[in-house]
Design a protein around this ligand. Structure first.
Ligand code: FEO
Length: 172
C-alpha cells in the first residue's frame, strides 16, 4: 500500500508519461506532414514506448492496492521549426522526465518505501538510454545540417526503428 502522497506523486508521473506519448505522437504527425516518414516512424515508436511507461505506473499503482486517478493530458506542441528543433525539444522534455524520476526516487527513499524505490530503478536506467538516443540523433542532425540528401539518409536510418512489445522490455 502506498502513502497518500506517494499515490498522488505516481499518478502525476503516470500523467507525465501519457503527455510524453502525446508529444511524440504529435511529432510523428508533424514529421509525416513534412515528408519525413523515417522520423515519423521513430517518433511513433517513441509514442508506443511512452504508453508502455505509462502502463507500468498504472499497473504498479493498482498492484499496490492504491487508486489510479487519471488527469487531463495537456495539449502538446503541433508546430516545429525543423527536425533538429524537434529533437532538441525531445531532449529537453526527457531531461524534465529524468528529473521527475530522480525526485520520485528521493521521495521513495525519504518515505522508506523500498518497493517503489525498486520499481523506479527501471526508469532510472531507461532515462539514460532515452537521453543517449536523443544526444546521438542531435549530433547527426548537426552534422548533416538539417536539410538536403544527408537528411534523407538519416530519415531512412530512423525508419528502421521498431517497437519492442512490453513482454520484451518489461521485467514484470
Ligand atoms: Fe517515459 Fe521518455 O520517458
Amino acid at each position: 500500500m502506498l502513502s497518500e502522497k506517494m499515490e498522488a506523486a505516481l499518478n502525476k508521473q503516470l500523467n507525465n508519461e501519457l503527455y510524453s506519448a502525446y508529444l511524440y505522437l504529435s511529432m510523428s504527425a508533424y514529421s509525416t506532414s513534412i515528408g519525413l516518414k523515417g522520423f515519423a516512424q521513430w517518433f511513433l515508436v517513441q509514442y508506443q514506448e511512452e504508453t508502455v511507461h505509462a502502463m507500468k505506473f498504472y499497473k504498479y499503482i493498482l498492484d499496490q492496492g492504491s487508486q489510479v486517478k487519471l488527469m487531463a493530458i495537456a495539449q502538446p506542441m503541433t508546430e516545429f521549426k525543423s527536425p533538429l528543433d524537434m529533437f532538441e525539444k525531445t531532449l529537453q522534455h526527457e531531461k524534465f522526465i529524468t528529473q521527475c524520476i530522480n525526485d520520485l526516487v528521493d521521495f521513495a527513499l525519504a518515505e522508506k518505501d523500498q518497493a517503489t524505490e525498486i520499481f523506479l530503478q527501471w526508469f532510472v536506467t531507461e532515462q539514460i538510454e532515452e537521453e543517449g538516443n536523443d544526444h546521438e540523433i542531435i549530433g547527426k542532425l548537426k552534422l548533416v545540417g538539417d536539410q538536403g540528401p544527408a537528411l534523407l539518409m538519416l530519415d531512412r536510418e530512423l525508419a528502421t526503428r521498431v517497437f519492442k512489445p512490453p513482454a520484451a522490455t518489461a521485467k514484470d
